[in-house]
Design a protein around this ligand. Structure first.
Ligand code: ARG
Length: 468
C-alpha cells in the first residue's frame, strides 16, 4: 500500500492519504481507529460526485474533466473524546472520479479542551491552549485504513500576544481605516451555487452521520477567490502570470477566459462590486515560474451587459503605475509600501470560509480586503537571502518587515504593492508574486517590479490608456 503521511494544516493535524486499494465505494464501511469510530462516507449523491479532503468536499461537474473543480458546501466532522482528549475526525472513502482515484483519507486533529484558558492579567496577552506532544502511539491498520504518527497529547494554557483574527499577514481591514481602494480587483472562479447543490449537500451531510455538521459554504463557493489584480487602465487589469492557470496548474489563457471573472468595486468579497468577463489575456512571453521571472499578465475586461460601467471614481478607478512620472521614486526608494489582499493570514491558512477553528467551532469569516504596511528591502540585501538566490533581478522588488509578522501570503498574488504618500496610495509599485513562507523574520516577499515592465504594458494597453 502506498502511503503518504504528512503534517497537515495545523501543526497538530496529521493527514494520511491511503493507497487506492480500498474499495471505490466503501459505503458506510465502519472502521475503528485509535478506539475512535470512523464512518467512511458516501461521497456520491445522485449523479453528483464529491471528493472530501480535509473535511471540505469538492464537486466535480460531469463532462468538464475537473475543469470546474469547485469547493463544495459540506464540511463533515465528528468531535470525539478519548482519554480526556477531544479529536476532530474527517474521513472519506476512496472514490473514482473519471480516471482519477481519490484515495481514502483520514484526518485526525486533536482539539484543545472545551473550556477557555484563564484570562491573562496583562494587557495585550491572552491565554490559548498549546499542545505538548506526548508519547507516540504505534501505527495501526484497521478496516483497510492505516493510520500513523498519532501522538498522545497534553495541553496547557500559554500566554500569547493578541493577534488580529483574519488577507495578508499581520494586517488590518481596509474598511476599518475607511480607505478607498477603487483599483483593487479580484480574479475569481465563476462557480454558482444553485438549489440543486443545496439539496445534494444537505443529503450528503445526513448520509454521513448524525454528528456531521452542515456548514453553509455558499459564500465560499460562489465567491471562490483565486488571486488579486489591479485596474491600471479603463479596461485593463494587471495580475501575476502564475494566476493564469487551469485546474491542473498549467498556464492556460483559454481556460481563464472561460472560467474566471474579474470583480471590481468592492472590499467585501461577499457583498457588492461589479463583475466582468475577461475578453483577452496577454501573457508576458518571458515568464519563468521557478525563478519568479516576469510574473506578470494583462487582462482586458469585457464591458458586457451585466457589468457596471467604470464611471464612479470612488468605487472603480485605475491606479497609476510607478515610474510613469519622471520624479517617481525608484522601486527600492519608496519609504512606505502597503500590500492589499484577500489572501490567507498565515502560511498554512484556511482560505475556505466557513471553517472550523482550533476549538472545533464553526467560523464564518467575512471576506474583507486587508492591508499591511511593509518596508522596501533593497535588492542587494534581498539577493543575499539564501532562499532568493538567482531570483532578485531588475524585474523584482522585495518588501517585508524585518522582525516578521507582516507579509503578503497565498491568495494575495496578483494584487497590488502600493507606494504611499503618508496615508494616501499613490502608485502601483509591485504585484504580489511569491515568497518563502509568509511573515517569517528577515524574509521579504517577492513582487513583480511593475515599472520595469512599463514599455511592455504601454505596448499592450496603449500608452495613452495609462494614468499620467
Ligand atoms: N504565490 C502566492 C499566491 O499565489 C503569493 C505568496 C506571497 N508570499 C509572500 N511570502 N509574500 O498568492
Amino acid at each position: 500500500m502506498t502511503q503518504v503521511c504528512r503534517r497537515g494544516l495545523a501543526a497538530l493535524a496529521f493527514v494520511c492519504a491511503l493507497g487506492a486499494q480500498a474499495p471505490a465505494q466503501a459505503d458506510d464501511a465502519a472502521a475503528d481507529m485509535t478506539g475512535l469510530r470512523v464512518v467512511a462516507r458516501v461521497v456520491a449523491v445522485g449523479a453528483r460526485r464529491y471528493k472530501i479532503e480535509n473535511g471540505v468536499a469538492w464537486r466535480y461537474d460531469a463532462g468538464d474533466e475537473g475543469a470546474t473543480r469547485l469547493p463544495q458546501v459540506v464540511v463533515t466532522h465528528h468531535v470525539v473524546v478519548r482519554d480526556g482528549i477531544r479529536y476532530r475526525l474527517d474521513t472519506s472513502a476512496s472514490q473514482v472520479f473519471g480516471d482519477e482515484t481519490v484515495p481514502a483519507l483520514a484526518t485526525i486533529t486533536p482539539l484543545p479542551p472545551d473550556r477557555a484558558c484563564p484570562a491573562v492579567p496583562r494587557r495585550g496577552l491572552r491565554g490559548i491552549w498549546q499542545a505538548r506532544a506526548g508519547t507516540a502511539l504505534p501505527d495501526r491498520t484497521i478496516g483497510g485504513l492505516r493510520l500513523t504518527r498519532r501522538t498522545r497529547l497534553t495541553w496547557r494554557c500559554m500566554a500569547v500576544k493578541r493577534l488580529h483574527q483574519v488577507g495578508v499577514v499581520g494586517g488590518t481591514r481596509v474598511r476599518d481605516l475607511d480607505q478607498a481602494t477603487p483599483w483593487q480587483a479580484e480574479f475569481y472562479s465563476t462557480a454558482r451555487y444553485v438549489k440543486q447543490d443545496f439539496v445534494a449537500d444537505a443529503a450528503l451531510v445526513r448520509a454521513a452521520s448524525p454528528d456531521a455538521e452542515y456548514l453553509n459554504q455558499r459564500h465560499a463557493y460562489e465567491f471562490h477567490h483565486h488571486c488579486g489584480a489591479v485596474l491600471i487602465a479603463p479596461q485593463w487589469v494587471v495580475t501575476a502570470q502564475h494566476c493564469i492557470v487551469n485546474a491542473n496548474g498549467a498556464i492556460d489563457p483559454d481556460y481563464v477566459r472561460r472560467w474566471r471573472r474579474i470583480r471590481l468595486g468592492t472590499q467585501d468579497l461577499v457583498h457588492g462590486g461589479a463583475t466582468y468577463a475577461i475578453a483577452k489575456v496577454v501573457l508576458h512571453p518571458g515568464f519563468d515560474e521557478q525563478r519568479y521571472r516576469n510574473d506578470i499578465a494583462l487582462l482586458r475586461i469585457a464591458a458586457d451587459a451585466q457589468t457596471v460601467p467604470i464611471d464612479d471614481p470612488k468605487r472603480i478607478a485605475p491606479l497609476r503605475i510607478a515610474g510613469v512620472r519622471a520624479d517617481d521614486p525608484l522601486p527600492d526608494d519608496w519609504v512606505i509600501l502597503v500590500v492589499y489582499g484577500w489572501g490567507t493570514m498565515t502560511a498554512h491558512g484556511d482560505d475556505v470560509a466557513p471553517h472550523l477553528d482550533d476549538a472545533g467551532h464553526v467560523v464564518h469569516d467575512s471576506r474583507d480586503l486587508r492591508m499591511v504596511r511593509l518596508d522596501p528591502v533593497p535588492r542587494a540585501v534581498c539577493a543575499r537571502n539564501p532562499h532568493y538566490r538567482g531570483i532578485v533581478t531588475d524585474g523584482v522588488v522585495c518588501a517585508g518587515y524585518g522582525p516578521g509578522g507582516r507579509d503578503s501570503c497565498q491568495g494575495d498574488s496578483g494584487g497590488p504593492l502600493v507606494g504611499m504618500d503618508g496615508d494616501d496610495p499613490v502608485a502601483l509599485v509591485g504585484i504580489v508574486s511569491g515568497g518563502y513562507g509568509c511573515g517569517l523574520r528577515n524574509m521579504p516577499g517577492i513582487y513583480t517590479n511593475v515599472a520595469h515592465y512599463l514599455p511592455w504594458i504601454r505596448k499592450v494597453v496603449g500608452a495613452g490608456a495609462l494614468l499620467p
